[in-house]
Ligand binder design. Structure first.
Ligand SMILES: [Zn+2]
Length: 185
């Protein structure tokens, strides 16, 4: 059976919604892609900076608060000070981190699906992988990439031509880190 891998690549960092003090209402914030690092002798604080899209007021999401400066090694600290892209992504793409910081909503960023297209009538074992955990529906990914209508997608499932390993409800399930699917004619 032909094996195919698709990778979900997110095209931006997610916008978040939360109350903005200056606007006096809920607003959307975008990640400024920079950390604020406050290092004193005994205490280290690190935040990831966001800006309100409406009034540009900044809001800081707490990464570390009052930790001992020794709890990070020099390389980690430099990563925050230099706004390392991978560290920015690690936090800005982490919905749990954002919800812990009190945001009301996290928008799922636009994504592209990288990988080979095939016909749903082919025998294919398809693996879909994502580095980041956003609740994207598996059905939306497959339908978009293979250009299937909702009815065509449902027919594949109802006829047993599409299954997941282990078995999940492919009408509803979300991607998480990844999923393995089997298309059988
Ligand atoms: Zn605002």
């Amino acid at each position: 059976m032909k094996k195919i891998l698709w990778e979900i690549q997110y095209l931006s960092l997610p916008l978040v919604s939360k109350h903005c003090k200056k606007c006096g209402k809920k607003s959307r914030f975008s990640c400024f892609e920079k950390f604020r690092v406050n290092a004193r002798r005994r205490s280290l604080d690190i935040w990831l900076i966001y800006n309100c899209l409406n009034c540009d007021t900044s809001w800081n999401a707490k990464v570390y608060s009052h930790i001992s400066p020794q709890s990070l090694n020099l390389l980690q600290l430099e990563g925050f000070q230099n706004n390392s892209r991978s560290l920015v992504e690690k936090y800005a793409m982490d919905m749990d981190f954002l919800y812990r910081n009190g945001v009301d909503e996290v928008d799922i960023p636009q994504y592209s699906i990288i990988g080979e297209v095939f016909l749903p009538s082919e025998d294919v074992e398809l693996e879909i992988e994502s580095k980041f955990l956003f609740p994207v529906k598996v059905s939306a990914i497959i339908r978009e990439k293979l250009h299937l209508s909702q009815a065509e997608y449902l027919r594949l499932i109802d006829n047993g031509n599409l299954k997941s390993i282990p078995e999940q409800d492919l009408k509803k399930c979300k991607l998480k880190r990844g999923v393995t699917l089997v298309f059988r004619s």
